[in-house]
Design a protein around this ligand. Structure first.
Ligand SMILES: [Fe+2]
Length: 443
């Protein structure tokens, strides 16, 4: 998400600070420059006023009205920023004025805000923003009148406006370069971080891709450390995987030995559990069990008769058919098996298969009389494989049946003892394994 990215957050914060700083600096600079321009204009006006007052002083003293007119017209002609100039007597009556129609008029009383005042004169600001400079005319320590200068405010404002435009353009350019710099900087800083984040996500999925080191700074060192760490993690993971595989192999081998030892008590059941496992795995694969389910099914097969370890020899090894009491004794191996497995938490998951591998599809089996889909799938598979192997193995009281006969028996008992769907698949497995194999009375 763009809005949640580190680059976005850093960019927003820095750009906000940059925008605020640029705005404040531009405002202060504009004000400072406005004040500077105004001061310069006023200083110049005061100088012009003093110069005019000095010249006008001789003309007034000599009562030379032409001279005062001459002063007024010269100043007006030479200074475009002077709106008007007037020479007045001490009663503020205009002796000379750049606007001839105002000659003889009274220039007072003065209105507006006093900006500054000293012995050389005063500066007033009018209500419309215009400035007027009043300079006393003195001759031999005697005040003869005033020179009044009106400044052209539009020239002043235009000068300030031009200065403002230049300042704002400068700050806009600085802001633009600042934005570009921020984006570049955040890209440089956040790119390695984004790649580190992607590397961590890949590492979580078990992939190890060395990340590119962009610099020799702290971020570069962090990336190098990450590369070393992820290589180490993947190596350790591989090692652990190998150890786990070896441990599992050892564990299954131990169970195979245990199953073989139980089978070996009776010469007729030698190798029975291994064969049941082989048949069950074929059936399990055919119905689409997963790799993990097949691994569990194999172990369940190896353990399915573990309870027979408690079955007395006179019952387990009896050459003839078992009577009712002996059959009950033999039947106990399902519950005995469950009881043995319950002692090891690691083996408890195989209890359903071991306990119920003698249940019948119609509910006539043991120990709990489960029926239909209530019988665990692994137990229903083992039932078929177990019975098929028993029928195709020689017993003291009968010879081995052929595979065809055993399959026929499975079909006959399908729906009563065996799960009919599983029997169908089991037969299909045989068909596929023996191409052209015909089971005339079965199919
Ligand atoms: Fe059994």
């Amino acid at each position: 998400m763009l809005f949640q990215s580190l680059r976005f957050k850093i960019s927003v914060v820095i750009l906000f600070l940059l925008a605020v700083a640029t705005f404040l600096f531009s405002v202060f600079t504009v004000r400072a420059v406005d004040d500077y321009i105004l001061n310069e204009v006023l200083k110049r006006a005061e100088t012009v006023g003093r110069s005019a007052a000095a010249t006008a002083a001789y003309s007034i003293a000599a009562d030379d009205l032409l001279g005062t007119d001459n002063v007024v017209s010269r100043v007006k002609d030479q200074h475009t920023d002077v709106d008007f100039i007037a020479v007045a007597d001490n009663a503020m009556k205009a002796i000379a004025h750049s606007d001839i129609s105002k000659r003889g008029e009274s220039l007072g009383p003065l209105t507006g805000q006093l900006v500054s005042m000293d012995r050389y004169g005063a500066v007033l600001k009018g209500l419309a923003g215009e400035f007027e400079v009043l300079t006393p005319i003195s001759f031999v320590h005697k005040q003869l009148g005033y020179v009044m200068l009106g400044l052209n405010k539009s020239i002043l404002f235009n000068a300030q406006k031009r200065a403002r435009n230049s300042i704002l353009k400068g700050f806009a350019a600085a802001f633009f370069f600042g934005v570009a710099g921020v984006l570049l900087l955040t890209s440089i800083v956040t790119k390695p971080i984004a790649e580190l984040s992607a590397g961590v996500m890949e590492l979580k999925k078990g992939k190890n891709r060395p990340l590119k080191v962009y610099s020799r700074d702290e971020l570069g060192k962090l990336t190098e450390s990450f590369n070393e760490m992820s290589a180490l993690i993947v190596e350790q993971k591989d090692k652990l995987g190998r150890y786990a595989g070896e441990l599992e192999e050892a564990y299954i081998s131990t169970l195979r030995v245990l199953a073989a030892a139980i089978d070996a008590r009776d010469a007729y059941t030698l190798g029975h559990s291994a064969r049941v496992a082989s048949l069950s795995l074929k059936l399990g694969e055919a119905i689409g069990l997963s790799k993990e389910e097949l691994e569990e099914l194999e172990i369940a097969c190896l353990l399915h008769d573990v309870g027979k370890i408690k079955t007395p020899d006179h019952v387990l090894l009896k050459a003839g058919r078992l009577d009712n009491s002996e059959f009950r004794e033999m039947s106990r191996h399902t519950e005995d098996g469950a009881e043995i497995l319950a002692k090891a938490p690691m083996l408890m998951k195989y209890i359903p298969a071991v306990k119920h591998h003698h249940e019948w599809y119609n509910g006539n089996g043991y120990p709990d009389g489960l029926s239909g889909d209530a019988i665990p799938l692994s137990a229903a598979i083992i039932t078929i494989a177990d019975s098929f192997d028993a029928m195709t193995s020689t017993r003291p009281y009968r010879n081995a049946r052929s595979e065809a006969e055993a399959l026929k028996e499975l079909v006959r008992c399908s729906g009563t003892q065996f799960n009919p769907g599983l029997v169908q698949v089991f037969i299909q497995v045989f068909r596929n394994e023996h191409e052209g194999f015909i089971l005339p009375e079965v199919i």
